[in-house]
Write a protein that binds this ligand. Structure first.
Ligand code: ATP
Ligand code: MG
Ligand code: MG
Ligand code: MG
Length: 442
């Protein structure tokens, strides 16, 4: 039996000298070249901090700190999806062309679909989304009863799209992580209720991440269907144009409006203002579009077979990570949503030479104490043990990486009532705190 997370044994702190976060900008000649290639703040910061490394266009190595952050984000997404009844599964990325031909999207998807052949000359694609796959799965169950609906299935997996312009780091990749959920309901009314509950879960998720998102009416595009919303993070770098009414609640993606006349189609009196957004989530009410084709049906109370009503709901997991960095950070350093920062605290012992031994011991004590007193910080503390470097230099690195809290263990720690310098990197606030006050703060 696995131990519950709270009783996890105290692990030694992570030492910065041992962490694999290669920075590619240390060499100045290379720096200028990379700066020119890199197109947005989150990409510059993520490469500078050793969070990602470019592989081929639109593909990246996700380095260890990114994986830690992703795992946290996945945990929060799991909580919200499971809160509304979502069940997690995992579908093959290698998708047979037959399904895509049945839905007629094999041709419709054009060049965006990564296509390949197996050894028997069979056609396949790498899944860019999974409406066909999940619907055919549900259709296989001949005994699905109305009592089992709504059924909400989701996965968090790599998706593949041969984007015409992969760019902006993780914001537009050709291989990226998406959370895709699919819902099956007994009626249009029930499907609308499910749709609403997913939108609420998305709103809660972004609020927990401290991200201000706008929910706008959206085009249904390639997926098809009748009702659709996007969750957009306002940012100049965003590739979507949004129209928001100054007078009522109307907000929409420009793509949905046939005329671009600036008066609000809802209240008729307000004026629409245009802004840019990054699409981080998308919800669709699909009706019977896929369930009819693949015959995903259930038996109703009268034991008659009826076709399910569907919805599908995407979240760009890797895009959310980069978009959060894009909108929260400064050029000098990353600011993470607290919940998904790769590490919470960085402890800085003094430079070699000062009253080292004593103070270094104090730093060790402190790290141990943090783990003992605050179980939630176990595994979350990093010690920048590169004591050949000045505090100032290490503080600069800590700023780029954006640990929410940096604790400097300096001469103050040797006083009768020891004090630690604490920097809250989100607010740039600096404080001198006793051990007890520090524990309270964290
Ligand atoms: P976009 O308009 O930016 O191309 P999309 O409308 O094609 O996105 P959807 O099919 O709605 O994307 O996919 C669901 C979510 O997956 C999107 O809301 C977005 O957050 C994410 N996503 C889509 N394409 C990419 C990509 N190339 N790289 C990273 N995330 C992506
Ligand atoms: Mg797209
Ligand atoms: Mg879009
Ligand atoms: Mg979309």
């Amino acid at each position: 039996v696995l131990e519950p997370p709270t009783s996890r044994r105290i692990r030694p702190p992570h030492l910065v000298s041992r962490l694999y976060q290669p920075s590619h900008l240390r060499d100045v000649g290379q720096e200028t070249r990379l700066q020119a290639e890199m197109t947005c703040k989150s990409q510059r910061l993520m490469q500078k901090a050793g969070l990602i490394h470019p592989s081929n266009p639109g593909c990246y190595y996700y380095l260890p700190a990114t994986v830690r952050s992703m795992e946290k984000l996945v945990r929060v997404i799991d909580e919200e999806m499971q809160q509304i009844g979502g069940q997690k599964l995992d579908m093959p990325s290698l998708c047979s062309a037959n399904l895509w031909k049945t839905s007629e999207r094999w041709d419709l998807m054009g060049k965006e679909l990564f296509r390949l052949k197996d050894r028997h000359d069979g056609d396949y694609c790498l899944g860019p989304t999974h409406e066909e796959a999940v619907t055919t799965l549900v259709a296989h169950q001949t005994t699905l009863s109305y009592k089992q609906l709504p059924l909400l299935l989701y996965q968090i997996t790599r998706k593949f799209r041969d984007e015409p312009k992969p760019r902006f780091g993780l914001l537009r990749g050709r291989e990226f992580y998406m959370k895709d959920m699919y819902s099956f309901d007994v009626s249009e009314e029930a499907a609308h209720r499910t749709y609403e509950s997913v939108c609420h879960a998305y709103t809660r998720l972004f609020a927990r991440l401290g991200l201000h998102c706008v929910q706008v009416q959206a085009d249904t595009g390639m997926i098809g269907g009748k009702l659709s919303h996007e969750f957009q993070l306002p940012a100049d770098i965003g590739e979507d144009n949004l129209l928001v009414c100054g007078n009522c609640s109307f907000s929409a993606n420009v793509e949905t409006l046939s005329s671009d006349d600036k008066s609000c189609p809802q209240c008729k009196t307000g004026t629409l203002s245009e802004s840019k957004g990054i699409e981080v989530g998308h919800t669709f009410y699909l009706g019977k579009k896929y369930s009819q084709i693949f015959n995903a049906s259930f038996s109703n109370a009268q034991n008659r077979s009826c076709v399910t009503e569907m919805g599908c709901y995407g979240l760009g997991v890797t895009r959310i990570l980069a978009a959060a960095i894009e909108v929260l950070s400064t050029e000098e350093g990353i600011r993470w949503p607290g919940l998904i920062a790769p590490y919470q605290v960085c402890v800085l012992p003094p430079k070699k030479g000062s009253k080292v031994d004593e103070v270094t011991l104090l730093a060790d004590d402190l790290v141990h104490l943090l783990g003992e007193a605050l179980p939630c910080l176990r595994g979350e503390v990093v010690v920048d043990d590169r004591t050949q470097m000045t505090i100032g230099k290490r503080l600069k690195d800590a700023k780029i990486l954006g640990y929410p809290y940096v604790v400097v263990v300096g001469q103050g720690a040797l006083e009768d009532t020891p004090r630690f310098e604490v920097i809250c990197q989100h607010t740039d606030e600096k404080m001198f705190l006793s051990k007890e006050a520090l524990l309270d703060l964290l």
